[in-house]
Structure formats: C-alpha cells, structure tokens
Design a protein around this ligand. Structure first.
Ligand SMILES: Nc1ncnc2c1ncn2[C@@H]1O[C@H](COP(=O)(O)OP(=O)(O)OP(=O)(O)O)[C@@H](O)[C@H]1O
Ligand SMILES: [Mg+2]
Length: 281
C-alpha cells in the first residue's frame, strides 16, 4: 500500500512556497490596481462607487470597492474566500451600512435604503445560504416573495413556474424536501416573484453537482434574456466568466481585476492568481 505524502514533505513545502509567492503577487496587484472612475451614475442601472463597509466598527471589509451593472448585463463577482463578495452584495441590498462611497440605482442614491425598499425599487436578492423556508411549501415560499404585492401572486406564480416548471409541479411539497439544486431554483423563483429588474445572486451553484450547476447557469441566462440584469457571485469562477458579460475579481475587499468574461478568463495573471489550483489554496 502506498503511503500518503506527509504534510511536511518536500512537495508540501514547495506548494506552500508557491502559495506564498501567489499571495505576494496578489498584494502587489492590489497596490497598483486602478479603479475605474465612474463619471455619471445615471449611465448605469446599478453603481457601487468606492464603497467602504464592514460589520465591526473600524474594521472595513469593503475597501473602496467599485462595481457597475448596465441594463441587460450579467456581471460576475469572483475572488478568494473571505474577499468580501457576499459583503458587497449584502451592502448593495441594504443589509450592511455604507460607511463611505455611494450606491445608486438608475442614478438615484440607494445608500442605506432598507432591503424592503430595494425590493420595491426592483432589486431581488438570493442569499448564499438559508435562502428558503424549509417548513413552508414551495407555493408558500413563493407567496413570501410577493408579500409586498399579494394581489400579483397568481400572475407572478404563472410567470415563475413557466421559467421553473418544477416549482409548479411541486407547489404543495415542503421546501425542506427539495434537493439542493431544486432549493436553489426555489430561492431564485422567490426573488423573481417581485418581477425585479436587478437580481443579486450569491453563489447559486455552491454545493451542487456539476449537472445542477450547469442548469443554474442556463437558468441565469434565461432570466437575463427575459430582461433581468444580474450580479452573480460565484465560486465556479471559470464557468461563470464564460457566461457573464463582465466580471470583477475582488480580493481583500478591493478591486483586483475588471474586464469582460473572456478577458478575465484569458488573462495570465488572473489565471495564475485566482483561477489556478494553487490560487484557490
Ligand atoms: N457577520 C459577520 N460579522 C463579522 N465579520 C464578518 C461577517 N460576515 C463576514 N465577515 C468577514 O468579512 C470578510 C468577508 O466575508 P464575505 O462573506 O463577504 O466573503 P466572501 O468573499 O463572500 O467569501 P466566501 O467565498 O467564503 O463566501 C471575512 O473576513 C469574514 O470573516
Ligand atoms: Mg460569500
């Protein structure tokens, strides 16, 4: 029987040297990264301009983080664990206060708008975890999505179940009985019940098998084709960059790289620092 390599073997040592080199290179990139200046907020559907935000007083997780979303786009947000991707989405959705910088929707400030106000303004959010009510049925979950406009339930239910037929078929089933992939569909369906113009998705493919992951990416394209602009945080960075229009690489709450999906996918630095096997360490 062959022995497993020991943690302190030569391979391990050189892997950790490589990881340290990658870390140093990332720091250099962040030092020199230039954040695009945004001239006119009204030119975009959604703007986060040099946003500073965090959870604990005086600890900034987002450090002048910038993102724009134009009408009709799918924009990806990728980066290492702890980079601040979820924090960015939560800040846009009013769950974390903005300390500095600006947030605008169609040119109008939404900095520190409450989440329910953003929902009324046409922003939908699907959190990374705990994004369905497991003890409620599929239909009740969808009703929760439209509680601000209950009269539209029937019409929206029809529209959402046309996009996700499974939700119509399983409407009476408890959400807790759905598979991981089906729950993700329900979570997206719930956010779509308010007919949003912007959808914020936080790692919709996390924990799903490759087939379900692909299904989610296809659905996102379908949702986008139906007129919804999308900001999508993803751990499956390569696949996400293939389907998005533009992407942002975040690291330590800052913008490391920005470009079209194709540009980022083929940028040797992005590959080495953020898409390679070691880069994920
Ligand atoms: N509720 C919280 N209170 C305090 N700190 C938090 C909280 N949530 C996240 N953080 C910290 O903020 C930083 C960014 O976390 P965030 O969840 O935004 O990262 P992420 O890029 O989404 O990572 P992942 O890929 O693991 O989802 C981390 O250092 C994390 O420890
Ligand atoms: Mg996250």
């Amino acid at each position: 029987m062959s022995e497993e390599p020991r943690g302190d073997g030569p391979d391990e040592a050189s892997a950790s040297e490589d990881a340290a080199a990658i870390q140093r290179h990332r720091e250099e990139v962040l030092e020199h990264a230039e954040v695009t200046r945004i001239e006119r907020y009204e030119d975009y559907l959604l703007v986060a301009d040099e946003v500073v935000a965090g959870y604990v007083p005086e600890v900034n997780i987002l450090d002048r983080c910038t993102l724009t979303l134009s009408e009709g786009e799918v924009v990806a947000v990728i980066g290492p664990n702890g980079a601040g991707k979820s924090t960015l989405i939560k800040t846009i959705f009013g769950l974390i206060p903005v300390r500095e910088g600006a947030l605008a929707l169609r040119g109008r400030s939404i900095a520190n708008c409450a989440a329910h106000e953003l929902v009324s303004l046409g922003v939908g959010y699907v959190p990374q975890t705990q994004n369905v009510f497991p003890t409620l049925s599929v239909e009740e979950n969808l009703e929760m999505g439209v509680f601000l406009r209950p009269k539209t339930f029937r019409e929206r239910f029809d529209a959402v179940s046309a996009l996700f037929p499974l939700l119509g078929e399983r409407r009476r089933q408890k959400a807790g009985a759905l598979s991981g992939g089906e729950r993700q569909m329900l979570a997206m369906g719930r956010a779509l019940m308010m007919d949003p113009s912007v959808l914020l998705l936080d790692e919709p493919t996390a924990g799903l098998s490759p087939i379900y992951q692909d299904d989610v990416f296809q659905r996102v394209k379908q949702i986008n084709a139906a007129g919804v602009s999308v900001v999508m945080v993803e751990q499956n960075a390569r696949r996400c960059l293939q389907i998005c229009d533009r992407g942002y690489v975040l690291d330590q709450g800052r913008n490391a790289y920005t470009g079209t999906g194709a540009e980022l996918l083929h940028d040797p630095n992005v590959i080495e620092l953020y898409l390679g096997t070691l880069a994920k360490a």
